[in-house]
Design a protein around this ligand. Structure first.
Ligand code: CA
Ligand code: CA
Ligand code: CA
Length: 120
């Protein structure tokens, strides 16, 4: 669960449909996948994923200071999840911390390490 929290939170934020995780693995619905696959080539590349997560960060950062406070992230992250993304432990999530977590999620989901995700 905490391993894929950034993806889960971004999807839950931006999409009117539920994220499903099965056996601890990321599980996209087809709708999720199409949403992430901006150029509709059937693959979600790292660039597409990163762009999506940048947007999610901006959406969460309601005061626009470039950091997520626990209050801003509180809607989608538990205190424990927040702490695990807050790498330097300063009580704020920087864009870098957020994207680092997101890209770790991507790499974990990219089973064959070809730099893109495909809908199963
Ligand atoms: Ca694509
Ligand atoms: Ca903020
Ligand atoms: Ca931090």
């Amino acid at each position: 669960m905490k391993n894929s929290l950034a993806l889960a939170l971004a999807l839950s934020l931006s999409a009117p449909f539920a994220v499903m995780a099965q056996n601890g693995q990321l599980a996209f619905t087809q709708e999720h996948f199409h949403h992430l696959d901006v150029d509709k080539d059937g693959k979600v590349t790292q660039a597409e994923y990163r762009q999506f997560m940048e947007g999610a960060f901006s959406k969460l950062d309601t005061d626009g200071n470039g950091q997520l406070s626990s209050a801003e992230a509180g809607e989608v992250l538990s205190a424990e999840q927040f702490a695990s993304v807050d790498a330097d432990g300063n009580g704020q999530l920087s864009r870098q911390e957020f994207l680092d977590q997101a890209m770790r999620d991507f790499q974990r989901a990219d089973n064959n390490a070809d730099g893109s995700l495909r809908f199963p």
